[in-house]
Ligand binder design. Structure first.
Ligand code: DC
Length: 232
């Protein structure tokens, strides 16, 4: 199935499988995949490494602004797919740690951080034919995206997925800790002032609690065919 040069925006709660789904769409339709959360994670990793988080566990904002001035966070496309880099260092694994996960929501709530990330996302997507996942892609980053999806899944399924991912990478975090982190992030992401996580009025909801990736792909193909009048 061939589809037009559109922007596909996928938003939703933490660990709903947005990035796996977005990668699948990218490979099926030859789209560029952009993981906006990875940019927020890279900023958070840089903040942690460069002493932006102070002793009293708050964020030194002027210092973070200075870090951003010099930060070169970008994606490179390798045999492993899209990988996040800071300069010439691949940080794809490090940005997924629990430490980064526990700081990424407060860091991403800062308006100057969001502007910094948004600017880069627009540059990366300049040539179109992009599928991007995040929290505010359909509402703020690309409000005119031709296809908007909003993903959700039960807490139990989401925590289990994230826990398995982390355990496979050697993390010792418990299922309870992972669940707590998901809930905390969802709360912070949905309640912050600057572009909170919310479903765009024209986004189509996908609850994938009981779906396989194959079923998700069949579902999105049906949506695209209906929306753009494409025959298989
Ligand atoms: O998709 P993820 O779990 O890797 O994203 C990490 C965090 O980044 C998420 O908890 C909130 C923030 N984020 C955001 O605020 N806006 C986006 N478009 C993407 C992610």
């Amino acid at each position: 199935m061939t589809i037009p040069d559109i922007i596909i925006a996928i938003d939703g709660y933490s660990s709903t499988g947005k990035s796996s789904f977005a990668k699948l769409i990218a490979s099926e339709f030859s789209f560029l995949y952009l993981d906006s959360g990875a940019m927020y994670r890279a900023v958070t990793l840089a903040a942690l490494e460069q002493g932006v988080i102070t002793q009293d566990q708050s964020i030194d904002e002027p210092r973070l602004k200075t870090v951003l001035e010099k930060l070169d966070a970008h994606f490179e496309y390798t045999v492993l797919g899209s990988q996040t880099f800071m300069g010439d260092r691949c940080v794809e694994q490090e940005i997924r740690s629990m430490k980064v996960s526990s700081w990424v929501s407060p860091v991403s709530a800062l308006p100057f951080v969001r502007n910094w990330v948004d600017e880069r996302l627009h540059q990366f997507a300049a040539n179109g034919r992009v599928v991007m996942d995040g929290r505010d892609i359909g509402t703020t980053v690309f409000p005119n995206a031709e296809l908007k999806l909003f993903m959700t899944a039960s807490d139990r399924v989401r925590a289990q997925r994230r826990y398995q991912e982390l355990s496979a990478k050697g993390s010792t975090a418990t299922l309870e800790e992972v669940l707590e982190n998901l809930k905390e992030r969802d709360y912070m992401d949905s309640h912050r002032e600057a572009s909170p996580l919310q479903r765009a009025a024209d986004a189509i909801v996908l609850d994938n609690s009981d779906m396989t990736m194959r079923e998700e792909l069949a579902w999105v193909k049906g949506v695209i065919q209906g929306k753009f009048g494409i025959l298989e």
